[in-house]
Design a protein around this ligand. Structure first.
Ligand code: IPM
Ligand code: MG
Length: 368
């Protein structure tokens, strides 16, 4: 079989710094575990705009379609705030998601023991938390037509359309149920069936998919507003949460903060299987480009490194190596190694992005 291929798109802000640490882990796997990848790199977001005038060049899009997995850093920054909507950095990421048809976005929110006190919620509410949000990523209000700003009766109207087809709901529901089976076998679906037709259809289709194929999984439904409240009140009641694009955007940020640090959370965006059986896939940290700390060695590379671990698990069937990386990150935290996003007490000295990467490599080597 050919060597698996990765396309690294570091992007903007802290993206390049954290992706440099991912590269170290990739090299470590090659030298210590004889697991090799063919790695290429290209630009996305503001970085692509700076060189090509667009947030994602067609050549980069083609490369992303051709590789086994894309690893993305982050996009965006104040420098690009005034750009025309269609060439904003975020459009690059949205184009990747849409054209690769990455409909299932997996966002685990796991609270590392060593960080339970970093959450804004009480220790006992979050310690041991391990939930998985499955967010639909290629439809709904993000992409529905009509969209735009129009003139109507002498004033402007902004329009976005919350639209879901049955098949779009069905395929992401299947992903959610399949994941639930590998976890605690429970899935809670969130929408606004009480006010939105698309929400009503969502609930119906999820129920049908459940009945036809997954009735061994425990299914519940919740209105998304209640879901937000329950996430903050008693998050451990959830195993897998299945939701749409827009609610998923909001609920996943909420779930992320339960764990204490956005700097720790990975994500996987998966599409249909390619010819080689691997799903189309893009892996990225949940955090953004954090322009305020970019270039200062302050960023936490853990979320990106854990996203690479997800790539090993979901694209390359290397769950053992993924777990090895996850344990290494956990042991580094348990040893008290902290990047500046994780500092609580005054006077504690943070390690740099690169030192955090090195500590994770050291833990990896110890695991052998
Ligand atoms: C996310 C982000 C993106 C989104 C932005 C950067 C387009 O907030 O991945 O959650 O809204 O989906
Ligand atoms: Mg978001």
């Amino acid at each position: 079989m050919s060597i698996p291929s990765l396309l690294i798109l570091p992007g903007d802000g802290i993206g390049p710094e954290v992706m440099a640490e991912v590269r170290k882990v990739i090299s470590w796997l090659s030298t210590e575990r004889s697991i090799s990848f063919e790695v290429s790199e290209d630009s996305v977001g503001g970085a692509a705009y700076d060189t090509h005038g667009v947030p994602l060049h067609d050549d980069t899009m083609a490369k992303a379609q051709a590789v086994d997995a894309v690893l993305l850093g982050a996009v965006g920054g104040p420098k690009y705030d005034n750009l025309d909507f269609n060439i904003k950095p975020e459009r690059g990421l949205l184009r990747l998601r849409k054209e690769m048809d990455l409909f299932a976005n997996l966002r685990p929110a796991q609270c590392f023991d060593a960080l339970a006190d970093f959450s804004s919620l009480k220790h006992n509410v979050v310690s041991g938390l391990d939930i998985m949000i499955v967010r639909e990523l290629t439809s709904g209000s993000y992409f529905g037509e009509p969209r735009g700003i129009f003139k109507e009766n002498n004033e402007r109207v902004g329009i976005n359309t919350h639209r879901y087809t049955e098949s779009e709901i069905e395929r992401v529901a299947r992903s959610g149920f399949e994941l639930a089976r590998k976890r605690d076998n429970r899935l809670c679906s969130m929408e606004k069936a009480n006010v939105m037709e698309a929400g009503g259809l969502w609930r119906e289709v999820v129920t049908e998919v459940h009945k036809a194929h997954f009735d061994d999984v425990e299914l519940s439904h919740m209105y998304a507003d209640n879901g937000a409240m329950q996430l903050v009140r008693a998050p451990k009641q959830f195993d897998v949460i299945l939701t749409d694009n827009l609610f998923g955007d909001i609920l996943s940020d909420c779930a992320a903060m339960l764990t204490g640090s956005l700097g720790m959370l990975p994500s996987a965006s998966l599409g249909s299987p390619m010819e080689n059986g691997r799903p189309k896939a893009l892996y990225e940290p949940v955090h953004g480009s954090a322009p305020d700390i970019a270039g200062q060695g302050k960023a936490n590379p853990s979320a990106s490194i854990l996203s690479f671990a997800m790539a090993l698990r979901y694209s390359f069937d290397m769950g053992n190596e993924a777990s090895r990386i996850e344990s290494a990150v956990e042991s580094v935290l348990a040893d008290g190694v902290r990047t500046s996003d994780l500092l609580q007490a005054k006077g504690e000295k943070p390690v740099t992005t690169s030192e955090m990467g090195d500590a994770i490599l050291e833990a990896l080597t110890k695991s052998l």
